[in-house]
Design a protein around this ligand. Sequence first.
Ligand SMILES: Cc1cc2nc3c(=O)[nH]c(=O)nc-3n(C[C@H](O)[C@H](O)[C@H](O)COP(=O)(O)OP(=O)(O)OC[C@H]3O[C@@H](n4cnc5c(N)ncnc54)[C@H](O)[C@@H]3O)c2cc1C
Length: 391
Amino acid sequence: MSSAISTDVLIVGAGVAGLWLNARLRRLGYSTVLVENASLGGGQSLKSQAIIHGGAKYALHGALTGASEAIADMPRRWREALAGTGEVDLSGVRVLSQAHYLWSPGTIAGNLTSFFASKAVRGRVDQVKGDELPPALQDKAFKGKVYRLAELVVDTPGVIERLAQLGGDGLLAGERLQPLLDNGQLAGLRVDGRDIRAQRVVLSAGAGTADLLNSLGVDQPAMQRRPLHMILAKGASLKPLYAHCLGGGTKPRITVTTHPAADGQWVWYLGGDIAEADGVARTSAEQIATAQKELGQLLPWIDLSQVQWATLRVDRAEPAQSGLVRPDNAFLAEQGALLVGWPTKLALAPDFADRVIASLERDNIKPAKHEPLPDLPRPPMGQTPWEQLLP
Ligand SMILES: Cc1cc2nc3c(=O)[nH]c(=O)nc-3n(C[C@H](O)[C@H](O)[C@H](O)COP(=O)(O)OP(=O)(O)OC[C@H]3O[C@@H](n4cnc5c(N)ncnc54)[C@H](O)[C@@H]3O)c2cc1C
């Protein structure tokens, strides 16, 4: 049997939430171990559209929601991290776009009036025209209106790789997790037969958290999955586009982000309303046909004849909410030595780490002395959907 380990905080799940938290805790002097049973970022994080929301999209409802308020600070925190001056050092990670855009294809939609009046976007949205337009929209046939939002889009593989580097020697590939109890209290986990004792155990295992809670005999917090059916398109005719295309409803009709493929071509990754309920009910072929029709109408000047297509079914994992509404913040529940949560968005990974750190401070959990970690088997890097589906 492998030798036992003791650490301050044992984290389960190496998506953006676990990795960001791990990097922050190490910087604060805590000793950590981060266990991953598949690949780094390979759950939701590498499948996300990687928009670092500041809440503008949620202000489309017209009302100032909690989401618009809580998330408003995230672009600043990510920009500082990316500049190397923030709470974790992400310098060197590629920013795919310094801005995300709001694109109204026809005349200005009615719901934009209240949108522009809302506090979440006031002073942070500028209309762009001509050669300031995203490259894919620079065509004389383009008629809509485009607004620049102060939200960035990051290269998720770069983020995950860098955070994993900051995780140092504490990343552990491990599959079988069992609770380790002292007098009935959680004292750590047994991972593939190795005892790991910790002052606190954090579950940030995305969609895997429900099963983990089950195996620990804990029934709260409840989790929900929100299924999505995303579309991928790759081709030499596709130029970068990072935009929510408005359709008149409260949700963007399509949200397009653009990601670099290994062969130098761009991949358009399409989400938004098209990927939600009706999109989930469609077969892959139907979903591709729907996307082709939408893009053909919205961007008729773009030649789609040589484009390769694929779709991806993926669930978002979140704390259970009535009516499947979007949670507003990162979520963390505390039960003694066990902390359980979901960031609910890639953008909110800093907020998730804040909540864990606040809990440690409240409980007076300080970095303790531990033996150096032995060499641990390291989890592999995850793949992006385009690496998997459009190689
Ligand atoms: C299609 C899509 C688009 C999105 N777009 C955006 C966006 O543009 N902006 C934004 O802010 N957010 C976006 N999100 C949300 C965002 O991706 C997630 O909120 C975020 O990535 C969740 O991070 P996480 O670390 O909690 O989970 P995950 O990335 O899912 O990581 C959880 C990890 O835990 C591991 N794990 C599971 N079970 C176990 C176990 N038993 N033992 C050990 N490890 C385990 C998994 O293998 C995985 O690596 C999007 C999500 C999806 C699905």
